[in-house]
Design a binder for this molecule. Structure first.
Ligand SMILES: Nc1nc2c(c(=O)[nH]1)N[C@H]1C(S)=C(S)[C@@H](COP(=O)(O)OP(=O)(O)OC[C@H]3O[C@@H](n4cnc5c(N)ncnc54)[C@H](O)[C@@H]3O)O[C@H]1N2
Ligand code: MOO
Ligand SMILES: [Mg+2]
Length: 609
């Protein structure tokens, strides 16, 4: 059907004063987005003022294009709770059964639901539902009405074709299943168990919720090692001796400038010289070499003048042009890191950091990296070295995912390309999970007859945590787990696989490897859009774009056609711009708009102007 336009009105004095306090309004917006592919949402917050509430409701009703208004708050017994009183005069036809359905479901959760006075009714062409003010209550109430709303809208708008279709479907779902196929697995099997409801049974999770789910499930492999690293104290001093900071001459600071005899030359790696130095004597010394026992300062070579060499060509007399000062150009013992001091002031998961610091104190730690296997599914796939063939396409995802793993410092244990065959997929998954912690798979997760990934996971008793995410590209993104084995079902379109790898698979692997949560996702920056009039999609969109620095400000320009099959959109892509989902108020992104963007690569600025 056409888009359903929702208006969500939070009614609360305190949320009006401090909109950040509003949990139930944003929750309703999320629930609507998750439940309907084709929803536009307007949202607003008002205090418990009858006139203001009525004026806002009237404005939305009069627009004619708002199908459903959900209010939250102001339905209780407190003197300022006036939402039902503000709603009732606007209603042409009361919907008592809807009010009753909400009340009955709510009463099963808590007897306090009896203290809600919310009403439901139709005003013009708009259905208004009063929900209570708590986040929990709006979740419960929305659950009651969710499936009824599209049909209610068709009825109100007198859309006979869709009304009849729903009635027919309802009758069929009451019939027993007629046909039984041998091992028939409908990959997009719906809750009804037959083919009448052709929608995916998987709710569309918001991106953040999907990521939170993943990170709450994935276990950290090296947690003990991480704790050990955090607690590790240095067994050595750095430097272990007083070291010269400069190439120059080591001497006593109690002597003066002027002529000194050069007793010898001390290089890095030499032992500490114990010779009793006089004030008019010095040693030539190199950067990093140990100071003689009786010297306490270094004068750099630039502040001296060579006066004489001996018969072997070695320096014998030097003029010190500056006054020596105690401690000058000397690094004391343990200056950089003292024995007994913690090696890592904060945990840093970068292997560059952890391994080089460990090396600097004479240690090594072999942390187990997560083992990752890549699978590409699709009977159409040809390896890049095969000759082109009818109906076939070259497999880009295997190479792309291998390269991405390598780019982010993880190894690919092995890769497999599988045809769209349920038994084969099931068997191969089971075999590959014997060695892999993670399988990153692409293709076969959407609604097609040959999309066998979800059924294969179910057959293997994996828990499917989610099967759709409210994002573009990447909608059919799937995540499943069993014990400590994790499966990422990236959608097959190459760009969908690219985006979902960065947003979900990478953070999960980093998390498993012990990275701190805040570092698992790509860094996010703000960019100013250079393109004009980009139509926003109903889903939040992750747009590939190149970044240029113009007078010190980061700007981004979108890389051409963003269809998820066009891999070329990753060429020169520095970031994924986070374009928000379309709302009735904002339908286009415009030049000059500032958006968050995930940084895809370390060298992420393509141009400076
Ligand atoms: N009825 C619906 N159809 C589709 C929906 C939907 O919601 N309802 N979602 C669409 C979206 S969004 C995406 S994304 C794709 C995801 O599809 P699958 O994950 O099932 O992937 P496949 O069907 O196997 O392949 C999709 C597409 O990608 C090409 N592909 C697959 N693997 C590779 C590879 N290794 N290298 C290059 N190209 C690959 C494949 O040939 C297809 O063209 O589903 C939509 N459909
Ligand atoms: O979400 Mo799909 O990933 O549009 O192409
Ligand atoms: Mg498919």
């Amino acid at each position: 059907m056409d888009a359903i336009t929702f208006a969500v009105l939070t009614i609360s004095d305190s949320c009006y004063e401090e909109p950040a306090k509003d949990r139930s309004g944003p929750r309703l917006v999320t629930l609507i987005g998750e439940s309907f592919d084709n929803a536009d949402v307007i949202a607003s917050v008002l205090p418990d003022e009858r006139d203001l509430i009525q004026r806002e409701l009237r404005k939305w009703i009069d627009r004619g294009d708002v199908h459903i208004i959900l209010t939250t708050g102001g339905t209780g017994f407190a003197p300022r709770d006036v939402t039902p009183e503000a709603t009732r005069p606007l209603i042409d036809r009361e919907c008592n059964q809807l009010t009753l359905a909400i009340a009955m479901a709510s009463l099963q959760k808590t007897k306090f639901a009896a203290l809600s006075r919310g009403i439901c009714g139709i005003a013009g062409n708009t259905l208004i539902l009063n929900f209570p003010g708590s986040e929990k209550a709006v979740i419960e109430c929305f659950d009651v009405v969710r499936d009824l709303l599209p049909h209610a809208v068709h009825l109100m708008r007198n859309n006979l074709r869709l009304v009849q279709r729903t009635h027919a479907a309802l009758q069929q779902t009451n019939q027993p299943e007629q046909r039984q196929h041998h091992r028939h697995v409908c990959p997009h099997k719906t809750g009804a168990g037959n083919d009448t409801d052709r929608n995916s049974p998987y709710p569309m999770l918001p991106v953040q919720q999907a990521l939170d789910t993943i990170l709450s499930i994935v276990q950290r492999l090296n947690y003990k090692d991480v704790q050990q690293l955090e607690a590790l104290v240095s067994p050595v001093n750095i430097p272990p001796f007083r070291a010269s900071i400069k190439d120059g001459y080591a001497m006593k600071s109690t002597g003066f400038s002027g002529t000194k005899r050069v007793l010898g030359c001390i290089a890095a790696g030499d032992k500490i010289v114990e010779h009793h130095l006089q004030e008019d004597e010095c040693f030539k010394i190199n950067t990093g070499a140990p100071l003689p026992l009786h010297a306490d300062c270094v004068v750099q070579v630039e502040d001296t003048k060579l006066l004489q060499r001996d018969k072997y060509g070695d320096e014998s007399l030097v003029d010190i042009l500056v006054e020596p000062k105690a401690g000058q150009d000397v690094r004391p013992v343990g200056h950089d890191l003292a024995r007994g001091e913690r090696v890592f002031p904060a945990y840093d998961a970068s292997p560059v950091v952890s391994n080089s610091l460990l090396a600097s104190v004479g240690s090594q730690l072999s942390q187990r990296k997560p083992t990752v296997t890549i699978i590409s599914t699709g009977s159409e796939l040809l390896a890049p070295n095969q000759p082109a063939a009818d109906g076939k396409i070259y497999d880009s995802n295997t190479t792309m995912l291998e390269e991405l793993l390598a780019y982010f410092g993880f190894d690919c244990l092995q890769h497999r390309v599988l045809s769209d065959d349920l038994d084969n997929i099931e068997q191969t998954l089971s075999e590959l999970f014997k060695t892999a912690d993670f399988i990153i798979c692409s293709g076969g997760v959407s609604m097609g007859d040959k999309d066998f990934i979800k059924p294969a996971l179910q057959a293997l008793n994996f828990k499917l945590h989610f099967g759709r995410v409210n994002m573009k590209p990447g909608k059919p993104m799937t995540f499943a787990s069993k014990d400590c084995k994790y499966f990422f079902g990236l959608p097959g379109n190459p760009v969908s696989a690219f985006v979902t790898f960065h947003l979900f698979a990478l953070p999960a692997i980093r998390w498993a490897a012990g990275w701190p949560r805040a570092k698992c996702s790509l860094p996010v920056i703000n960019v100013t859009l250079l393109n004009d009039a980009i139509d926003l999609d109903g889903r939040p969109e992750y747009v590939r774009a190149a970044v240029s620095s113009i007078k010190g400000q980061l700007h981004a320009s979108v890389n051409g056609d963003q269809i998820s099959s066009r891999l070329q959109s990753i060429v020169g892509a520095d970031v994924l711009i986070h374009l928000p989902g379309r709302t009735a108020d904002k339908t286009q992104a415009r030049s000059g708009d500032v958006y968050s963007a995930s940084v895809l690569r370390y060298d992420f600025i393509s141009k400076y102007e």
